[in-house]
Design a protein around this ligand. Structure first.
Ligand code: ZN
Length: 199
């Protein structure tokens, strides 16, 4: 890449750090940006910095939001006695899109992975247990991915919650193994939710 200017090289390098962006895509994006009108580039950069500066974790469910308590947690029409545990905010969005889940969520921001050295303390698990001890929760639906990490996490959480007497269920295995929830269609997600089994 020596044949590009230092500025373009820098941009290509930064873009290639993004997930799913390889060297070729990074180059394509960099040149696309160079050809964009300056004010559009300005809008793009300010929306990136604006989002990064204003987005924080919801104090209750830990999803990404621009308020202290996210719109889902602060909606009085949601059933606060049911909590669906997901790995990330994108998974939450996938379930929200179905429009059929009326409970609240808890976003772990990851999954337990002994191989990657990610333990229970590295995800928002203590925070979940805190919620369960403080609020009146009747059911916890574990909707982590069906990957090895997702299953490990589900098992770990269910063992942790079981003694409290709160009902713990796992979404049905209609979700393809290792499939990221956000790529699964709404019908499959609904079926997985409706066919959940008690652990
Ligand atoms: Zn929330």
């Amino acid at each position: 890449m020596e044949y590009y200017s230092t500025h373009i090289n820098k941009l290509i390098e930064q873009l290639s750090h993004l997930p799913g962006i390889g060297a070729k895509s990074a180059q394509r994006l960099a040149f696309h940006i160079m050809n964009m009108p300056k004010d559009q580039v300005q809008q793009l950069t300010s929306s990136i910095t604006g989002a990064r500066e204003n987005i924080r974790y919801c104090k209750k469910c830990f999803t990404l939001t621009d308020r202290d308590i996210c719109p889902i947690c602060s909606n009085p029409r949601r059933d606060a006695s049911v909590i669906m545990v997901v790995e990330n905010t994108r998974d939450l969005a996938a379930y929200e899109k179905t429009g059929k889940f009326e409970g609240l969520y808890h976003v772990l921001h990851g999954a337990i992975s002994p191989m990657l050295g990610i333990g229970p303390d590295d995800i928002k698990l203590k925070e979940l247990m805190m919620r369960l001890s403080q609020d009146d929760i009747k059911e916890v639906i574990i909707a982590t991915n069906s990957s090895l990490e997702g299953e490990t996490t589900a098992m770990y959480i269910s063992k942790l919650i079981k003694p409290s007497g709160i009902k713990v269920s796992r979404i049905a295995s209609g979700v393809p193994v290792g499939g990221d929830l956000e790529y699964i269609d709404e019908v499959t997600l609904l079926r997985a939710l409706e066919g959940r089994v008690e652990l």
